[in-house]
Design a protein. Structure first.
Length: 95
């Protein structure tokens, strides 16, 4: 079973170019990823500060167009922003 620290995940996604959404929520932090000034994807993290378990990792990986292992690498930092963009290009997400 996998788990991710939500604070580290948030900080690492911000380092990869994700920005805080202007849409606010009391129970979630919403992050958006833009490419060429266009919104490409968004994902959200719970404010409850519990580790992200398999279900949430799956949801966030789907929202980020990554398989689970690639998302974990994105959240823990082995996967660079450039590699993330390359994967999105390969999958046709960046038109």
């Amino acid at each position: 079973m996998s788990s991710l620290d939500p604070d580290k995940t948030y900080k690492n996604l911000k380092k990869k170019g994700f920005i805080d959404s202007k849409t606010k929520s009391d129970d979630h932090k919403r992050l958006e990823f833009f490419f060429d000034k266009k919104l490409v994807l968004s994902t959200k993290l719970s404010h409850n500060n519990k580790d992200l378990g398999n279900y949430l990792i799956h949801q966030m990986s789907f929202q980020c167009h990554l398989d689970k292992n690639d998302f974990i690498d994105l959240a823990k930092c082995p996967l660079s922003k450039e590699e993330f963009i390359h994967i999105l290009e390969q999958k046709g997400v960046l038109h």
